[in-house]
Design a protein around this ligand. Structure first.
Ligand SMILES: *Cc1c(COP(=O)(O)O)cnc(C)c1O
Length: 387
């Protein structure tokens, strides 16, 4: 199971793992969560999909997070186990009757909807205490690496119709949107708030609560985004001008920004060739998101020898292949590793706490799911000070 070590070197010396290992850093998770709880002008929900490990949920709880964005029965059960007093928001806009029933019996009262059909489906399986969370789509090009409004979210006319229908059913609707993941421009949140307020005014339905989604960035090697406090400040100002005067409280539901720094991935070099390394993990395992994000998600990394000591020196450019027999199993960017990189060394990729282990498949019988706990931070990549 999960071992706990003061440092990555101590872990490597103790275990010399041949399988990939996700190194969780509860101290860092707690620091990021506390930064959100203290800095965001409203409630912070944790978007469970980016990392549902029990230790992560327990650490969020310790940091003061009590609200959770969930999207499946597994995530609901996990939160119910790890944070029994947690308040859950079922923020998946396309649910089955069985999923709705299970969520309702588990105490979930907030359900995302982005069309009349889903509103009526959920309302028909619940009672007057159900709170519809009506999701508004955000136009493309608002500054995020991933657009999340092509799949979910209602255009303004439908958003307004769903709000009115929900109120007509005697329900108290709330609103949400998601600017897209890895959003590089704080003003995207203001734009979302402006659009939502305009639609809410047009609908004539008063709401008391609005969830402005996730999308806060993590700081990858090539990320050019303002620091998190700049996002909090832009949102606080928009709140003072737009939502507070309308009596609306804010919430956010970050995944990536809360968790990316909370975990790294320890991958072993299984074979070294002159210009290539063959790693024991890749784009079908813990590095899946790298395939989609390409340079935008270029991960900080460091090379450690088989004793866990940092290896430095003049760097060469290496193609990095993953472990499966699939020719596509290759990182989208070369690794500039020291020339003396050797079989049995480890590459530690940082910022893999979000969308790392959760996305891993088991292609070729190769899993990326082992977890170990490390006290020490990954040197040099902290976006907020440890407390
Ligand atoms: C994935 C997701 C999030 C988290 O997004 P990040 O970009 O990781 O912050 C929040 N809300 C919903 C509804 C999501 O699907």
């Amino acid at each position: 199971m999960t071992g706990s070590y003061p440092s990555v070197a101590a872990f490597i010396q103790a275990e010399r793992p041949e399988i990939p290992v996700h190194l969780l850093r509860p101290r860092r998770i707690e620091a990021m969560a506390r930064a959100f709880v203290a800095g965001f002008p409203g409630d912070t929900l944790y978007a469970v999909k980016c990392n549902a490990h029990p230790l992560v949920l327990e650490t969020m709880r310790r940091a003061g997070i009590r609200h959770f964005d969930v999207a499946s029965p597994m995530e609901i059960e996990r939160v119910a186990q790890c944070v029994p007093e947690g308040v859950m928001f079922y923020h998946h806009p396309a649910k089955t009757p069985g999923q709705i029933g299970l969520a309702w019996r588990s105490g979930v009262r907030f359900f995302a909807v982005d069309c009349l059909a889903e509103l009526e489906k959920v309302a028909g399986l619940t009672d007057g205490n159900m709170r519809p969370v009506v999701r508004l789509a955000i136009p493309k090009g608002s500054g995020a690496v991933y657009d999340l409004s092509t799949k979910f979210g209602a255009p303004p006319e439908i958003f307004e119709a769903v709000l009115r229908r929900a109120a007509g059913m005697g329900l108290k609707p709330t609103a949400t949107f998601h600017v897209g993941s890895q959003c590089l421009d704080p003003q995207a949140f203001r734009l979302g708030l402006e659009l939502a307020c305009r639609s809410i005014d047009r609908s004539g339905i008063g709401i008391d609560w609005m969830d402005i989604g996730g999308g806060f960035p993590a700081y990858y090697r090539l990320t050019r985004a303002p620091p998190l406090p700049a996002y909090f400040e832009a949102i606080a100002q928009a709140h003072r001008e737009l939502t507070a005067p309308r009596g609306i409280r804010l919430a956010c539901e970050p995944g990536r920004a809360l968790m990316a720094e909370g975990g790294s991935l320890l991958a072993r070099i299984n074979l070294r060739k002159p210009d290539a390394v063959y790693l024991n993990d890749g784009i079908f395992g813990g590095l899946t998101e790298t395939y989609w994000g390409k340079d935008q998600l270029s991960l900080p990394f460091r090379l450690l020898d088989s004793q866990g000591r940092l290896k430095a020196g003049p760097a060469g450019s290496f193609t990095a292949f993953g472990p499966t027999c699939d020719g596509n199993d290759k990182l989208p960017w070369p690794l500039d590793l020291p020339e003396n990189a050797a079989e049995g060394d480890y590459v530690e990729f940082n910022l893999i706490g979000a969308y790392g282990r959760e996305m891993a498949a088991r292609y070729n019988g190769m899993a990326s799911e082992r977890v170990a706990v490390i006290d020490a931070d990954f040197a040099g990549h902290q976006s907020v000070e440890a407390f």
